[in-house]
Write a protein that binds this ligand. Sequence first.
Ligand code: PXL
Length: 272
Amino acid sequence: MSIKKTLTIAGSDSSGGAGLQADLKTFEEYGTFGFSAITTIVTMDPDNNWAHGVTPIDAKLVREQLKTILSGGPVDAMKTGMLGSIDIIKATREVIDQYDLKNVVIDPVMVCKGEDELIQPENATAIRDLLLPKAIITTPNLFEAGQLSGLGKLTTIDDMKAAAKKIIDLGAKYVVIKGGKALKSEKAIDLLYDGQDFTVFEVDKIAASHNHGAGCTFAAAITAGLAKGMSVPEAVSKAKDFVTAAIKEGFPLNQFIGPVWHGAYNQAEKRI
Ligand code: PXL
């Protein structure tokens, strides 16, 4: 059997929990061969309350990385993460079209840590218009779903359902909205919608404060599941188990942050 190929077009999270680092670690845990095209370098300043520095690179360099990666033929599935600029979003769309890439997972990263301040508002519109029509699935958190749908702040499951309908109208085949800790509920609720039926994934909220990278890891796990031939609902369900395990084993990196442990599902710390 040939090894399945997975690709992330995403930012580098220097702290190691989110971004393309999360994606590559997750791709490996799923036993797929991960490729990455870096779009942005994110740094966090321990001397300034962990303030984020977000530096996109030139879109031309993103194109060149993708040319390198795709010179060996198409990948089995891909995801996007933080894209950094409208030019990079445009380049991503062009490459998806040029190589006719399938199993495209769009994680519409607009914020870090689910806060409700847009990093780059102009990118939200470009993601919606250029990338959602190419998505087999998109994986917004509550805030991002409010932005993409135009419905603003979402607080209930009914709000999530209304947003999911609007997001499907924008061209994604499936949408999974991550209620996460932002939803006013006892449970961690994710809502999957395919344009016809809603599936609610519910787990008890985990009292874990170290969950940096959970969103990226979830989308990467869906991507790798699709590469391995799972259906979208199967891939989402498995990804939910994978990320729940990762959050349970999250650990403190410093006084500001703690990443999820991407290897938790497979107990990777016991290898070798
Ligand atoms: O979790 C969102 C996210 C995505 N991508 C990169 C990040 C972050 C948050 O820190 O750094 C590169």
